[in-house]
Design a protein. Structure first.
Lengths: 618, 81
């Protein structure tokens, strides 16, 4: 089906009204959805065929509160709707999605879109949630008053968009007929007129027993309380990290045993020689060393996904707003920074929803300090090797240390933002205007899908970039002396040269060599260490050992602590640098980010190592 | 060198080339694209033999979205959107 013959639809609406859920339902895509505003910051395109046989190209656009764009993501929506977006024709039909539980806000935007004068359908989404709250929407009255088709949708149900597709077919039939333009063509309506018209529509078509849900009010009394709210947030985060260690161990042991068995089988089956070494010491040791952390990553993301779905995260942003503002960040920085816990790249892209350019830049610069999931294998390896598995009161000590590492990243980000604020002598504080969504029980299917996606992303990295870099590192470790003294290999020589810079922070040549491929993906540092130690082992039995006992034997506690601290600040991966360049259009910012992260990492590791040595941990 | 060892080195060589290409493509996509265009352009000139031109077409990167089906070198500077 060519682009030309498909009818172009654009999904627009306020943030968090369910556009992306509707997009996924119609196109079968699996774009990220969550219960807070600002998840989509880029246009996404998908296709679907209606039962009538008609073909549609569907654009999912970032949420916007108004066509008078206040941020980059809103500007994308505005320009695309008006047909000004470079390289993108104007949509044939606009589907304006409104949240049935929040029509007071969402109808304003629908009225603005109607003023553009383009063919339009209004999809009143979340009708099921509205019914549960006793909200009644007279769709016929709304359609009559708006003068455009209005249909109910439930984007989280399999057949929730059937009526929408039928109405789109009907609208598509009339696309070539001359139309009576409803609006002025530019979406311009005075705010007072918009407000008055919205109130009129609400009084005619909507009956709601109360403006907010009772359960939301009851929960918010506690969860947004200045003391209990912050306490609840701290407890929730703390329990997540406890669970990561308490629940993952059996599965990790299983994967570990499987990798060891596979390694032994490959070592005895393959003929002796370089290929045997590549497969056993390189691929199985390296890749197996990383894949073992999959259960921990999945447990962490299960909690994050549940929090995203529940609607709690914007509340957390609200609770932390004062703290963030005093550090020079806007409350709007919370969601981008939160996204950075998965990966800094979507986090940096999510800063497009921040209106103030200086706030946006500050958020971009500190986003790499959030602990991305790629750091988790490194943390887990070092904590497993050097922190005893014992209880401190009720808590698992390893979980406490992991929590402390994540907290250190957050505190460092706030400190860097505060320094930036002082540097630029910025005394402005921007008030946080944030929409608090209704609480929702996370749907098990959405959680399962989200976890599946995370597992797929991780395994794709393991089978892609991590495997490729492990092979390349093995070559550098094996040659030129054919697997003899590994310190004389190419990698050994590079690593030993690097120790002149890194020995003051306690890094040996094996760690130094692992830092280089770690620039492509941080977890490669683990696979690199596994390969280095497998090749350095005196015999096959030693090589077959898991990495943990090898580094426990070879490193001091001071070195391990120094490496842990290094990875809090670790100069970010190349892909993150490329994203900073793309988002800021400035090499200067890229250089500044890389420079300050390297400086912080080195300084913090130096202090940690030297203090630990003085205290007798060297 | 016996045949078995030679075969092992051939497999390793292939793995290394594929890994290096994959890492370059993942980490430096624009650089790889430019390099592919630079390699392909001399091969697809009209005076080249058919097999060389086929090789050049194979080397040339796929056009980016919004570009025509010419091979996407952007050399003609026309706006196809």
């Amino acid at each position: 089906m060519s682009n030309a013959s498909a009818i172009r639809l654009a999904l627009v609406g306020n943030p968090n009204c369910g556009k992306t859920a509707l997009f996924n339902l119609l196109t079968g895509s699996r774009q990220k959805v969550a219960n807070y505003a600002g998840v989509t910051v880029e246009r996404k395109e998908g296709r679907f065929h209606a039962p009538s046989g008609r073909h549609y190209a569907l654009l999912d656009l970032p949420g916007a509160y108004s066509l008078h764009a206040a941020s980059l993501d809103e500007a994308i929506t505005r320009d695309l709707c008006r047909g000004f977006y470079p390289g993108e024709p104007a949509p044939d039909v606009i589907v304006c999605v409104v949240d049935a539980t929040n029509l007071r806000l969402h109808l304003r935007f629908a009225l603005e879109v109607r003023e553009l004068g383009k063919p339009m359908v209004v999809a009143v989404n979340m009708m099921d949630a509205a019914r549960r709250r006793g909200i009644e929407v007279d769709l016929a009255a709304l359609e009559r008053e708006l003068g455009v088709p209005v249909v109910p949708t439930i984007a989280v149900r399999r057949d929730g968009a059937r009526e929408l597709v039928a109405r789109l077919d009907a609208v598509a039939e009339t696309l070539h007929e001359p139309r009576t333009h409803l609006g002025s063509g530019d979406g311009a309506l005075e705010p007072e007129a918009l407000h008055a018209e919205t109130c009129r529509l609400l009084s005619l078509a909507v009956t709601m027993p109360r403006r907010t849900a009772e359960v939301d009010d009851a929960l918010d009394r506690w969860l947004l309380h200045p003391v209990f709210g912050l306490l609840s947030l701290a407890i929730v985060m703390f329990l997540i990290f406890q669970a990561v260690y308490a629940w993952a161990t059996p599965l990790m042991d299983l994967i570990d045993a499987g990798t060891a068995t596979l390694g032994e089988w490959a070592a005895t089956t393959l003929p002796q020689g370089p290929l045997n070494s590549l497969v056993v010491d390189g691929i199985i040791a390296g890749v197996g060393g990383v894949i073992v952390f999959l259960p921990q990553i999945l447990i962490l993301f299960a909690f994050i996904l549940a929090l995203e779905e529940s609607g709690y995260l914007p509340r957390a942003a609200f609770l932390l707003d004062k703290l963030m503002a005093s550090a020079g960040l806007s409350g709007r920085s919370f969601i981008p920074l939160l996204s950075s816990f998965a990966c800094a790249i979507p986090g940096i892209m999510a800063t497009r929803s921040i209106q103030d350019p200086r706030d946006r830049l500050a958020t971009i610069i500190v986003a790499p300090l959030m602990t991305c999931s790629a750091r988790l294998p490194v943390y887990a390896l070092l904590i497993g090797a050097f922190i005893p598995q014992q209880k401190v009161g009720l808590f698992n000590l390893q979980g406490v240390v992991l929590f402390a590492l994540y907290a250190a990243g957050i505190v460092s980000a706030l400190a860097v933002a505060w320094v930036m604020k002082k540097w630029r002598r910025d005394k402005n504080e921007h008030a946080l205007l944030l929409e608090l969504p209704s609480y929702r029980l996370p749907h098990p299917r959405d959680l399962a899908l989200g976890l599946w996606e995370r597992a797929a992303i991780f395994l794709k990295r393991v089978g892609g970039i991590i495997l490729a870099l492990t092979v390349l590192l093995w070559v550098l470790l094996y040659f030129p002396n054919g697997g003899g003294d590994v310190t004389q290999s190419f990698a050994g020589q590079i690593g030993r040269a690097m120790t002149t810079v890194f020995s003051p922070i306690g890094f040996n040549w094996q760690i130094c060599i692992a830092l280089i491929p770690g620039l492509a993906a941080r977890e490669v540092a683990v696979s690199s260490l596994a390969t280095v130690y497998a090749l350095s082992a005196a015999d096959d039995a030693a090589a077959a050992q898991a990495l943990t006992p090898l580094i426990t034997h070879d490193w001091s506690l001071a070195t391990a602590l120094s490496l842990l601290v290094w990875y809090i600040y670790a100069p970010q991966c190349i892909s993150t640098l490329a994203t900073i360049k793309r988002e800021t259009q400035s090499w200067k910012q890229v250089g500044m980010s890389a420079g300050y992260l390297f400086g912080l990492a080195y300084l913090a590791s130096l202090i940690t190592y030297q203090v630990a040595v003085v205290l007798g941990a060297g | 060198m016996d045949t078995g060892l030679l075969a092992q080195y051939v497999v390793i060589g292939l793995a290394v080339v594929l890994s290096a290409a994959f890492v370059m493509q993942k980490q430096f996509p624009s650089g790889v694209r430019r390099a592919r265009i630079a390699c392909a352009l001399p091969l697809v000139r009209e005076n080249r033999s058919a097999w060389l031109r086929r090789l050049g077409q194979w080397l040339a990167p796929a056009p980016r979205a919004g570009e025509g089906a010419c091979g996407g070198c952007n050399g003609c500077d026309t706006n196809k959107s």
